[in-house]
Design a protein around this ligand. Sequence first.
Ligand SMILES: NC(=O)c1ccc[n+]([C@@H]2O[C@H](COP(=O)([O-])OP(=O)(O)OC[C@H]3O[C@@H](n4cnc5c(N)ncnc54)[C@H](O)[C@@H]3O)[C@@H](O)[C@H]2O)c1
Length: 270
Amino acid sequence: MHIDLTGKVALVTGAGRGIGRNIADTLAQEGARTVVTDVRQADLDDVTQEFAHNGWEGRQYLCDVRDFARITDVVAEVVDTYGRIDVLVNNAGVGPGGPVEALSEEAWDMNLDVNLKGTFLMCKAVVPVMKRQRSGRILNAASFAAIVPSIGSAAYAASKAGVHYFTRVLAGEVGPWGITVNCYAPGMLPTDINDFAQSPPERQQRLLDTLTIRHWGRKEDVSNLLCFLASDLAGYITGTLIDVSGGKLATQIPRVAYDRAAAEGAYEFE
Ligand SMILES: NC(=O)c1ccc[n+]([C@@H]2O[C@H](COP(=O)([O-])OP(=O)(O)OC[C@H]3O[C@@H](n4cnc5c(N)ncnc54)[C@H](O)[C@@H]3O)[C@@H](O)[C@H]2O)c1
């Protein structure tokens, strides 16, 4: 099997850093002309430099996914430049949290506006382009939080659960045009959005205890999945949430298997 994205045009939101940046790099490496957007200009400049260094074709746009006027301008410019948009990755996300009684309205709105409404606005602008092409791939960042949320993540979890169901409905609406829409649940992957790898060792162990594959996620775990989903090979997959979180959603207490493996001498806890 050969995943080849040559000739495709991909747009990745929130691609200045973190998972989104790795997704953009990987799509470009596989031959896609990749457009990166973010709200942080310095990060965008950094990505552009990396693209130039590697000889990859692409463009960058400062674009807040909450700003529909700016989104429509960016989409129009991308279509002017490349003539099409084959892949849209709605990766941009935020996660300010806290217990419900202490959660500010601002934090609630931020989660819902960026994670859920931002995904909606990007799709609203790009779907007409994909309909004209009679093809397209839309990939939305959900989260394991959409299925098993953490305490203190009400706003984030609600937004990601919203992304999951938004994905299903949109997939149904655009199927006749050859467009597929899926979402994915990364994790637990240390980036600037979380403090997994900075937390005290006991908390880290507690978090790792929830994983079937007992180590932090890597950005390439997500990017590899997305390259496949973006390709022509994935045309029969739509309307689903794909878990790429080391089996966090698989069983209740995966630690039991590691204790057993340790008793058999097959595993050592660090
Ligand atoms: N890291 C994980 O373990 C994990 C787990 C589940 C889901 N996710 C999701 O994956 C996605 C990427 O997260 P990450 O871990 O790389 O975090 P990150 O904070 O490193 O990256 C998020 C990116 O989104 C950008 N962004 C924020 N607000 C924006 C806005 N209004 N408009 C445009 N861009 C904006 C940021 O500037 C940043 O570049 C997010 O949607 C996140 O919810 C991550």
